[in-house]
Design a protein around this ligand. Structure first.
Ligand SMILES: NC(=O)c1ccc[n+]([C@@H]2O[C@H](COP(=O)([O-])OP(=O)(O)OC[C@H]3O[C@@H](n4cnc5c(N)ncnc54)[C@H](O)[C@@H]3O)[C@@H](O)[C@H]2O)c1
Length: 439
């Protein structure tokens, strides 16, 4: 896509539907938080779209508007939520089960959460072995299931009087999968849907249905979902933005902060051992080795890309990188992530960094879902389509065009995101070049 500087952006007129396949811990936490923010009961902390600012022009100009004032984002009051799940619990029941929010917070938004009832999901147990869904669609082929999702979307838009929608996958992590022949082209994929090709996972059926319905799609899990050539082709053809994959929340977020710091100082790395305990349903799903493999692949990539061992063989040629996730029910959603980082400095002297992050998974993920929904909608109104690399900031495994490598460094990602917004509004990009040296 060739983006024009100072692009015309259609106004955010009317209501925006946010469709969430998967109404679990993350989805219910974002819905509850948005409703609480709308009613002035809580602040949307962690959301760049709601709280972030953007510097414009030279530092002497003192122009630093809030992002919400700078680009025409849909206000929270205009968001409507819809979801699919393989269990029939409404958003209040699902949030209660997830155990992320306190009873006090849940009761405050209970009337709203209770109105959000999931539509039956598209599911095949072999893709998420730990779950046995009961609220599922049936059909003669995967194409028929896709058509049912398309009908759900049309009904949702009509019932809520929406002007447009976006979708963010918040469903479980599916088993590890490499692209198969059915993922190659749109024609191959559609033929695969018609013959119910075993290589087509439910998440890819949602992605297809959303794109066919003219809806931008982001993938919060590490599954393929929208990350294969047939979906790139469909997104291009339908002029739709897509993004993924796997929300960057706890340990990987920390990694993409610390690793650029090590590289910036040319400090070496001998090994990085990461382990987690978590006890929510996501943790239970990841207890299955095949689902864990998908997550492991997603978590392992960041360091290699940031540290660039091929360019820095003295520092990063042979570091050991291990990632473990252990399902430990007493912790619920309150994950603990430990990192032991063995580094070396001047003349090779070893040092260690220990990080013990007592985080809350869904509390970190919820603002990401909100930002992705609002930015994808903005992208669509600005005529941007295909893979939105400027949203890499939000993902553990940023999707890129096939010939490019992903950018993992959080600070480069943030600069790219903000420069994209500046470019859209016809503002100068910020390079941090000190022009005063040349006056
Ligand atoms: N919480 C985080 O910090 C974080 C970070 C990165 C990625 N993620 C990913 O986000 C996703 C959601 O996380 P969560 O903590 O909310 O998990 P969760 O288990 O609480 O929720 C997932 C929901 O998806 C539903 N589901 C599974 N397959 C489905 C299908 N085919 N159709 C519709 N619904 C389906 C499940 O029933 C469940 O309610 C997971 O894939 C997780 O790996 C979460």
């Amino acid at each position: 896509m060739v983006m024009k500087k100072g692009t015309e952006i259609k106004p955010a007129a009317g209501k925006l539907g946010v469709l969430l396949p998967g109404l679990g811990a993350v989805a219910t936490t974002v819905i509850a938080g948005v409703e609480a923010a709308r009613r002035g009961l809580a602040r949307p902390i962690g959301s760049l779209t709601q709280l972030g600012t953007i510097r414009l022009g030279k530092r002497t100009e003192n122009r630093t508007p809030k992002i919400t004032e700078f680009v025409p984002l849909t206000p929270l009051s205009d968001l409507e939520f819809g979801a699919w799940d393989i269990f029939p619990d409404d958003a209040y029941e699902a949030a209660e089960h997830a155990g992320v929010l306190s009873r006090e917070h849940l009761e405050m938004v209970r009337p709203f959460l209770s109105t959000i009832r999931p539509m039956p999901g598209v599911f095949e147990p072999q893709w998420v072995k730990k779950l046995h869904g009961t609220h599922v669609k049936t059909g003669r082929s995967k194409m028929e299931l896709a058509e049912q999702l398309i009908a759900d979307i049309a009904q949702f838009k009509k019932d809520r009087g929406l002007s447009r929608c976006v979708a963010v996958w918040c469903g479980s992590t599916e088993v590890y999968q490499k692209p198969a022949p059915c993922h190659a082209t749109l024609a191959d994929f559609e033929a695969g849907l018609a013959r119910s090709d075993e290589n087509i996972a439910p998440s890819a059926i949602y992605a297809y249905a959303c794109l066919k319905s003219g809806i931008p799609y982001a993938n919060g899990a590490p599954n393929l979902s929208v990350d294969f050539p047939a979906m790139f082709e469909l997104a291009k053809k339908a002029h739709l933005p897509i993004a993924g994959k796997d929300f960057k929340t706890g340990q990987t977020w920390m990694k993409t902060i610390v690793a650029p710091g090590l590289k910036a100082r040319c400090l070496g790395l001998q090994g990085w051992y990461s382990t987690n305990i978590l006890g929510n349903r996501d943790g239970e799903v990841l207890d299955d080795p095949d689902s864990f493999k998908t997550k492991e692949m997603s978590k392992l990539g960041a360091l290699e890309y940031i540290l660039q061992p091929h360019l820095y063989p003295d520092l990063y040629k042979e570091f050991h990188h291990v990632v473990r996730i252990n399902y430990y029910p007493p912790r619920g959603d309150n994950k603990e992530g430990w990192d032991n980082i063995d580094i070396f400095g001047w003349m090779g002297y070893p040092m260690q960094i220990k990080v013990d992050f007592l985080c809350r998974d869904s509390i970190l993920a919820a603002p990401i879902v909100l930002d992705l929904a609002l930015f994808l909608d903005l992208a669509q109104r600005a005529g941007m389509h295909g893979i939105q690399e400027w949203l890499s900031f939000y993902f553990k495994t940023p999707m890129t065009a096939p010939s490019l490598y992903p950018e993992h460094d959080l600070f480069i990602q943030l600069m790219k995101l903000k420069n994209t917004l500046r470019y859209l509004r016809g503002e100068e990009l910020i390079t941090h070049l000190g022009a005063e040296y040349y006056d």
